[in-house]
Design a binder for this molecule. Structure first.
Ligand code: ADP
Length: 472
């Protein structure tokens, strides 16, 4: 049963949970306060009733002591008026003989005569709680020396008004408790509705995005800087980033498939040519095979570069490398590939410099920049690689005196697949990904890249990297 309740509570909406929890909490607090109040009132009022009994008995004893011990029944009767003024309206006082037979009665609130207790003291009185005629009463008994016999004074104090007051109080508390339960449930419900409305709207917005996709209009307007406002901001930021990534990926897939389509078409064309004519014509066969091989190499380069970019999105490792050594290796590699090219390394107080970047990444950056410098300049134009220390950074510059880049193209050259001159880049074996890779690697290792270029005069790429910690 308990499990069932817990299960259905867990499955109910946040609003219901909130309303129920607040109702229960308020009700329990109310019930505790009421119980404490009820029991304090009960004790206090009962002690008041007890005190009233004590007061009357004390007054009666004083009265009888003042009359002397040999008082006769008639003398007592003649003092009835005085005794009446001592006794409260709801109390009954009886004078009994030693056998418990009533001799005199003042007031008549309870008819039943209580039994005389054996343990009545010779001095003072005893007070006990008894049920007479179905009513709880305090019964006080004391001994009374009269002439000519020993008797008893017996006071009966019914507690009916005390009980009806307590019952009334209990009833009022129960009604109030029930009212508090209902009111607190409604207040909880209202509060939950009011406070959870933004969450509900956020959910609707999320559902809308899930159904309609990115770019759906924003439905929710919430300008408070509370937790929900925070959540909304985080959600919108996350969605904007996701949308951006999604669009970039879409763009990348489109560009990549477009780039791959051209070499595939070329290879396909040449293979058909070989199939139709090439078998009998060695010249066509030779040319088609060479072109196909070139295109396949282009595809291979493209795929490798795309993989490099995809790999680059990973987390940077804590790495370092000797800058000069790495650059010399790459320069030699390029000179080996293009023997007619002239590359000069210029150093400004640059010995044994270590930068906080992996050797592979620095090699890739310099290789891409050098390949571009070679591609987009004449063979006679010298390419310079300058190495400088600048404060806590090392600066690497790759400068050529080739065709340069127009100012209007400069902001786009780091974008994937962007080429200023599509035909020339393709002809030179470019993929349009080289500078994107450079940009990604530089960012990954906390470096900076600048480019300055003038059409027809040449281009200079400047890269700065933080030096390795122990060199600073
Ligand atoms: P690509 O593979 O086409 O060279 P990159 O991303 O390396 O692709 O370069 C993007 C474009 O920037 C190139 O197509 C080229 O037009 C231009 N570019 C890059 N480097 C140079 C340079 N040193 N001189 C002139 N143009 C350059």
């Amino acid at each position: 049963m308990n499990r069932k309740i817990l299960f259905s509570f867990r499955r109910s909406s946040l609003k219901t949970k909130w309303a129920l929890t607040s109702a229960v909490v308020i009700f329990i607090s109310f019930a505790i306060i009421c119980s404490v109040l009820y029991w304090s009132m009960h004790t206090w009022l009962l002690s008041q009733e007890h005190q009233s009994v004590n007061r009357t008995m004390d007054d009666l004893q004083v009265f009888f002591e003042s009359q002397g011990s040999g008082m006769t029944i008639d003398e007592i009767r003649s003092n009835r008026g005085l005794m009446n003024s001592i006794i409260d309206k709801n109390q009954t006082v009886r004078i009994l003989n030693k056998d418990g037979i009533e001799i005199l009665r003042i007031n008549d609130t309870i008819n039943q005569i209580p039994e005389i207790k054996k343990q009545v003291p010779s001095q003072g009185y005893i007070v006990e709680k008894e049920k007479l005629e179905g009513i709880d009463c305090f019964v006080a008994t004391s001994k009374l020396q009269m002439s000519p016999f020993l008797g008893y004074i017996q006071l009966t104090h019914p507690l009916d008004s005390f009980h009806s007051l307590m019952n009334y109080l209990l009833m009022a508390m129960c009604i109030l408790g029930l009212g508090a339960l209902i009111i607190s449930f409604y207040i909880g419900h209202f509060l939950a509705n009011f406070l959870l409305r933004p969450l509900h709207e956020l959910r609707l917005e999320m559902l809308n995005v899930a159904e309609e996709g990115f770019g759906t209009p924003i439905l929710m307007e919430y300008s408070y800087e509370d937790e929900i406002g925070d959540l909304l901001q985080v959600y919108r930021k996350m969605m904007a980033e996701l949308e951006q990534t999604f669009l970039l990926q879409q763009q990348f897939v489109q560009d990549a498939s477009h780039e791959l389509r051209t070499p595939i078409q070329v290879v396909e064309g040449h293979l058909s040519l070989i199939k139709r004519w090439g078998k009998d014509d060695p010249a066509i066969l030779q040319e088609s095979l060479e072109t196909s091989l070139t295109e396949i190499k282009r595809m291979k380069d493209l795929v490798e570069e795309m993989l490099e970019l995809a790999r680059g999105e990973g987390v940077a490792q804590d790495s370092h490398c000797n800058v000069e050594e790495t650059i010399r290796e790459i320069v030699e590699e390029q000179l080996h590939l293009y023997p007619s090219v002239k590359i000069e390394i210029v150093k400004n107080h640059f010995t044994n410099v270590y930068a906080a970047i992996s050797q592979r990444a620095l090699g890739q950056i310099v290789r891409n920049l050098l390949q571009n410098a070679i591609r987009y300049s004449n063979q006679d134009d010298k390419i310079f690689v300058c190495l400088t220390i600048e404060g806590k950074n090392c600066k690497i510059e790759v400068e050529d005196h080739g065709i340069g880049i127009a100012e209007s193209d400069l902001p786009y050259i780091f974008e994937r697949f962007y080429r200023v001159d599509q035909a020339r880049s393709r002809e030179e074996g470019g993929t349009g990904l080289g500078l994107s890779i450079v940009h990604m690697l530089v960012n990954k290792y906390g470096g900076k890249i600048f480019v300055s270029s003038k059409l027809g005069e040449g281009t200079k790429f400047q890269i700065t990297f933080p030096l390795e910690n122990n060199q600073i």
